[in-house]
Design a protein. Structure first.
Length: 318
């Protein structure tokens, strides 16, 4: 028998993974699971690890990696709008209604399940109400409350902690160092026009470099991801996957910015600096606002510029 696919290293042995492993071992895993968290690649790795343990058993007539398994099916957003439509949902349901080929079970993985449009969600809901025999449905999402309440009520929820701040893309550590230095210059005060201008130019320089780091990271991650995709995947699905990958990467970078901002403010908070507390609350609020705008497909440079200029105003008041 082949070695089971690995769990994400940060989650191996965690309570949620232990519960899932125990349920699989006892053949008591729920027919429908909602895996949610901010790190989409981690959710995919979790889903593949679950699928591998369900499909590649001693009773299976052959073993395959989950991405290539004939009894493992995937439903992804497609096109530039990154929607999951009714036709694609019906096609998936048709596949899981058929008997398994080489395993005892079938597994369906719905990537970014919150991207289902209303028609698709209602079609999928009927399948949750009457799930096919010997089938496990895995829904992956960073936004569980964007799903229909009736869908959420019919699946077993597993929330996985964020690992978004652990980022080591090329150029990113240097960017964070310069962002910390930019924050540090507020300690000397912004008492004249030259100092204010330098901070403004510094902010715009960070915005421009951020876009370059994100583009390079996305290109490298997409090169790796493409090698894992099935050969027959449609072009519009590829576009949606690449877009989703870019969205996930920029969320990871913004999470690291928030962590760096909190680290900068922490000593000042410990010293009882009330102005630093106000500035930190305001900065984090603007960062969360920027992330919300990114979810609506606002240009990343515009969102970061909004955060940086508001941060400049907030920290300069200290």
């Amino acid at each position: 028998m082949t070695v089971p696919a690995e769990w994400p290293s940060a989650l191996a042995g965690s309570p949620a993974v232990a519960v899932i492993e125990n349920a699989i071992a006892r053949d008591r895993l729920s027919h429908s699971l909602l895996l949610h968290g901010e790190d989409q690649p981690v959710l995919v790795q979790l889903a593949h690890a679950i699928a591998d343990r369900l499909l590649n058993t001693p009773q299976s007539t052959a073993a395959f990696p989950p991405e290539q398994h004939p009894d493992c099916f995937a439903l992804r957003p497609s096109g530039k709008m990154r929607q999951i439509g009714a036709d694609a949902t019906r096609e998936l349901i048709g596949k899981v209604q058929v008997s398994a080929t080489v395993a005892r079970r079938k597994v369906a993985i719905v990537h970014e399940a919150d991207r289902m449009n209303l028609a698709a969600a209602n079609i999928f809901l009927k399948t949750l109400e009457e799930p096919p025999a010997n089938t496990t449905l895995l829904l992956l999402t960073a936004r569980p409350y964007a799903l229909l309440p009736t869908i959420r009520s019919r699946v077993l929820h597993f929330r996985f902690p964020s690992t978004l701040a652990r980022v080591d893309f090329a150029g990113w550590p240097a960017w964070l160092d310069d962002y910390r230095a930019w924050l540090g210059r507020f300690e000397a005060g912004i008492g004249d026009k030259q100092a204010a201008a330098e901070q403004i130019f510094g902010a715009y320089g960070l915005v421009a470099r951020f876009s370059a780091v994100l583009d390079a990271a996305t290109g490298e991650a997409w090169k790796i991801e493409k090698e894992k995709l099935p050969a027959d995947i449609e072009e519009d699905e590829q576009v949606a996957i690449e877009t989703g990958l870019a969205n996930g990467l920029r969320l990871r970078l913004f999470a690291a910015i928030e962590e760096a901002t909190r680290d900068y403010a922490q000593p000042r908070l410990a010293a009882g600096d009330a102005a630093a507390r106000t500035a930190l609350i305001g900065a984090v609020d603007r960062l969360e606002h920027a992330v919300g705008l990114l979810r609506l497909n606002l240009n990343v440079a515009t969102a970061l510029e909004d955060f940086m200029l508001n941060s400049l105003r907030l920290w300069a008041k200290r």
